[in-house]
Design a protein around this ligand. Sequence first.
Ligand code: 13P
Length: 287
Amino acid sequence: MKRVTRDEIKALFDRAEKERFAVPAFNYSDMWDIRAIIEAAEEMRSPVILMCDPPVYKELGGSMSCELADMFIQRAKVPVIHHLDHSETPQNCVEAIDFGFHSVMMDASSSPIDENIAIVKSVAEYAHDRGVFVEAEIGRIRGESEYETSYTGEDYLFDLREALRLVRESGCDSLAIGIGNAHGFYRGAPELNFDKLAEADQAIDIPLVLHGGTGIPAELVGRCISGGIRKVNVGTAVYTSYMNGIRAKLLMDGENQFTYDVMKSGVDTTKNVIRDWIEACGARGKA
Ligand code: 13P
C-alpha cells in the first residue's frame, strides 16, 4: 500500500504553521467511525489524521488496522494520515512501521529524560529510513483517573530544557507537550498554561501537539492554535458520540433493529462531533 510519506506530512504541518491552523486527529475503533471521520473531513475539505490507540491496535493487530484504514484512505478525497497513537514500546512502533503506518508516536514520557531521548532516537532512526513520521511526548499528560487525585500543577507541565534536548537529540518530527491537558473528560474546567505554550512555541521549531482534546472548549482550542499548536488529538468525544448515537437509536426504536440502521445512527452522531472539531481546528477548506 502507498503510504503518506514523512515529507508529505511535514509539508502539511508547514502549511498549518503558515496558515495558522491545526491538523485534527481522531482515535478510531472500527470501520464505522473511520467512515464518519473521513466523510466529515471530505464534506469540510479538511486533512485529517486517523489514530489507532493501543487497545484498538492490540485487538485488531497492526496488519488489520492498516488494511482497514487503507481501504478508506485509498478512496478518500482528502489527505488522510494513519498514525499509531501512544505506543509505549519501540518494538510496537517498529512493527507498526513495517505494517505500513504513516506516522507513529513513541510515548516514553514516563521515563527519565535520558531514556526518553534514547528510545525516541532509536524509533526515529528506524522510521526516518522508511519515510515515516515520529511524534514524541514531554511532560506528563494527565489521565482521567489522575485528574483530581494526584494532580500537583507543575508536575504535569513540560520542562523546556528537557523538551529542547528531546527535540535536538532524538530527531523526532513533532512533540506532544503537557500544558495541563488531560485525556478523557475533564472534571471541572481544563486549566491550560498558556505561558508554557508560548515558551514552547518560541523555542521549539517542530509542530506542537495538544493531546486530550475532549472537553476543551472551542475558544480555548483556538487560543492553543494561535499559541502554536499544530495537531489536536481527540479520542473520548469520538468514542462516546458513536456509542451515544447507537444507544439513542435503540432507545427510540426498541430492540430487534437491523445492524446497519443502528450503526448509521452512530456514524451520524460521530460526524457531528468531527465537524465541530474540524471547525475548532480551523482546518475547514485546508485539504
Ligand atoms: P481525549 O480522549 O481526551 O480526547 O484525548 C485523546 C488523545 O489525546 C489521544 O492521544
